[in-house]
Design a protein around this ligand. Structure first.
Ligand SMILES: [Zn+2]
Length: 336
């Protein structure tokens, strides 16, 4: 029997019945999620055999299926989530299926610490410190750096005169002193342009922790935040993107063997990440910054690096009750 099928069957709503045709009927969890009326007529059904499993909802039309030997489709993963199967569990099942299919080698599984291949930066990229051609694009990058209080000592910032890239500041991703990827920050970005252009573009293997190389013996603790620029301001690490943290990132940070202070962004994702940080036993810091500061970068612009750094250390908190209390005022709503 397959772990995937077993898990789905075990996670069906308790009130279900199996017809002689082999289909098992239950109130479908999909309808509400797809914007339809919640199902009360047992419109959801699954059928399984030795070759796989099928899901179908006659109310909203959602369907998903899986066949032995195949990878998991997006639909099957979504319906598993809606059946309240945890993301970790889904990932584990998916991993085992890929492994069985020979798509992942066991060796890669054993040394889970990623190695990160060396990568080239964007075409034409030169260090910002080496810019001699001052045009409106390179000037915009320099102005952005000045506004955001970035200095040439922070890291090797890059810029490219290539027409496809010239409106971006490029921050290389280092790993063991090699460049293994990068993030670009579109510098003329404004709210209006948000719809057709992405402010940040990242290119790196999953599981990367930004600025890990800088966490040397001189550091007593590690400040972990979301954004790369934020991390550079306070000499911390960034885990990127919000919402979740990769297992490899947790492992790499744990290997540093230092207390970790997590600084969330002041948004919905940040609020979710606090719960994750508490689960990991990290400290969480929500400093008394002015209300318009959404992240470390904003706080540095309003005050300066030293003051922002001190405020983070002073506000670091380990006790879950205190973190919850603080979050209420910091985000203007409860954690969950
Ligand atoms: Zn449905």
């Amino acid at each position: 029997m397959s772990a995937l099928i077993d898990t789905i069957i075990a996670s069906l709503p308790q009130s279900n019945n199996t017809a002689s045709s082999g289909w098992t009927y239950f109130n479908a969890p999909c309808c509400y999620q797809t914007g339809h009326r919640p199902d009360t007529k047992k419109s959801g059904k699954v059928i399984q055999d030795s070759n796989g499993i099928k899901y179908y909802c006659s109310n909203c039309g959602y369907e998903a299926s899986w066949q032995t030997g195949c990878s998991l489709s997006r639909n099957i993963k979504i319906i598993m989530k809606w059946l309240n199967i945890s993301e970790d569990h889904i990932n584990k099942i998916e991993f085992d299926i890929l492994k069985q299919a020979g798509k992942i080698t066991t060796k890669k599984f054993k040394d889970q610490f990623p190695t990160f291949e060396t990568k080239a930066l964007l075409e034409g990229a030169i260090k910002v410190s080496d810019i001699t051609d001052v045009c409106k694009y390179s000037l915009a990058v320099l102005e952005f750096m000045e506004q955001r209080k970035l200095t040439l000592d922070d890291t090797d910032y890059y810029w490219s005169p290539h027409p496809a890239h010239r409106d971006k500041l490029i921050i290389p991703y280092f790993y063991e002193n090699r460049i293994v990827g990068y993030i670009t920050r579109f510098v003329q970005w404004s709210e209006k342009e948000q719809l057709d252009k992405s402010k940040y573009l990242r290119d790196v293997e999953p599981g990367y922790v930004f600025n890990l190389d800088a966490q040397d013996d001189t550091k007593e603790f590690v400040i972990v935040c979301e954004g790369e620029i934020d991390a550079l301001h306070v000499g911390g690490c960034a885990i990127g993107g919000g919402r979740f943290i990769f297992k490899q990132q947790v492992m790499q940070l744990a290997r540093l063997n230092k207390p970790i202070i997590y600084v969330p962004d002041r948004d919905r994702e940040g609020r979710k990440m606090i719960l994750k940080a508490m689960e990991l036993g990290w400290q969480v810091s929500m400093p008394n910054w002015s209300k318009k500061c959404r992240d470390i970068g904003d706080a540095v612009v309003v005050t300066d690096r030293l003051e922002t750094f001190s405020s983070i250390i002073e506000s670091a908190e380990q006790c879950p009750t205190k973190i919850n209390l603080k979050a209420k005022t910091w985000f203007h709503q409860k954690l969950q």
